[in-house]
Design a protein around this ligand. Structure first.
Ligand SMILES: [Zn+2]
Length: 156
């Protein structure tokens, strides 16, 4: 017997189709991506994390010559939020990326470690939150929660 896993997500060809608030969050993520420390990958990632009180936490990737010591933009933002606002739920995550590692029309997708941390964050607050992935070509892929990016997850 074969079983099938399917996901559905919202897709917009351009950020201008989004509400103003989301365009603002993408602009903030792109701004902070420029502050990434990425001398090795030359891949600049920015994350805007919105908390339930409206506060926006920004993160960019921080690399290290000892590669595992660096950290992705998503986890920089998630851990900052967890450290400083442990009792506030996350209501949205926006991720943007710039670099030659991926084609302009491709969308950046969080790495496995970030997905695991996103899952834990969501489980911890017992409330799903959407994840916006923005391509270099301004396309937007919106997943309603980490469950869609991590089916059959450990710890679900
Ligand atoms: Zn990651």
């Amino acid at each position: 017997m074969k079983k099938e896993l399917r996901i559905q997500y919202d897709y917009f060809t351009n950020i201008v189709e989004l509400e103003e608030e989301n365009q603002y969050l993408i602009a903030k993520a792109r701004e902070v991506a420029k502050k990434a420390y990425a001398p090795y990958s030359k891949f600049y990632v920015g994350a805007s994390l919105v908390l339930e009180n409206g506060e926006v936490i920004l993160g960019s990737n921080q690399e290290n010559i000892a590669f595992p010591s660096g950290l992705c933009a998503e986890r920089v933002a998630l851990f900052y939020a967890g450290s400083n606002y442990p009792n506030l739920a996350i209501s949205k995550l926006v991720v943007v990326a710039n670099g030659d590692l991926i084609a302009k029309e491709a969308v950046l997708s969080p790495c496995g470690s970030c997905r695991q941390v996103l899952l834990e964050s969501q489980n911890r607050q017992e409330k799903m939150f959407p994840i916006y992935l923005v391509g270099q070509d301004d396309s937007v892929h919106i997943f309603s929660s980490i469950y869609d990016l991590m089916p059959m997850a450990f710890g679900k």
